[in-house]
Design a protein around this ligand. Sequence first.
Ligand SMILES: C[S@@+](CC[C@H](N)C(=O)[O-])C[C@H]1O[C@@H](n2cnc3c(N)ncnc32)[C@H](O)[C@@H]1O
Length: 257
Amino acid sequence: MDWVREFYSKTGSWWARADARVTDRDHRRVRLLREHGVESGDVLELGSGYGATAVATAKAGYFVTAVEISDRAHQAGELAGDVAPGSLTVHNADFYEIALPGKFDVVCYWNGFGIGSDADQRRLLVRVAEEWLRPGGVALIDVFNPFVWASWDGDEEHLTPDPAAGYDHDLREVTRFDPVTCTATDTWWETSNPAEPISQTLRCYTPADLSLLLTGTGLTLTSIVVGDQAFSPSPQPGLGALLRDNHEYLAVLRHDG
Ligand SMILES: C[S@@+](CC[C@H](N)C(=O)[O-])C[C@H]1O[C@@H](n2cnc3c(N)ncnc32)[C@H](O)[C@@H]1O
């Protein structure tokens, strides 16, 4: 996973001016936290990026600890301007390494789970269950949906600069999907510098795969939220929202203890 810090720091330097701000996406996540997590309490956010969701969560009255490995973490200070003192702590650190005091009512990982091998994912889930969640706590984890990522195999994008919106770079993207390992590889480069592409590789899991991955971790998949609709993880033949419409779904995981 050597690429992680560099990939998200580099892409963060391209997009922070436009994207490091609290938007409807962050307010939606806070709603999901209230509906599927707890009404108030202590929240650990893993892979918090620029910190926009962490800031929205803290402003909604939660006590938030956020962990982010890349330089994106440096944006959180500016965003957190009027957050109540003591309600947000951001660590620029690796969540596989960090030792955190205390436990949490909810652990969130928005738009990031799937970096690394299955063994890495299980290592993280065990930390969530054994070290971080209080008994009866909930983990809310966005999971990349293989049905949609597979349909994007070979897609190419050209992002032209839009300085008024904060996008200063001319960028290219190509997406590939490996159906054997069920991983998506998303590659970016500056149009002026095709010799230095950077890639993120994302393991995608169907809900059935995810349930297998959870075996023995101390966490159980109790529902999935696709778009804004919650489903039990029972057979759902023809569920278009998952087959075609959403590139990720939210997994609601209950602590077994
Ligand atoms: C796709 S980004 C999503 C960021 C943010 N959650 C959002 O939705 O905007 C995934 C984030 O997880 C962070 N990340 C990945 N592995 C990490 C690790 N081991 N420790 C801390 N952060 C990590 C990355 O640096 C990146 O910022």
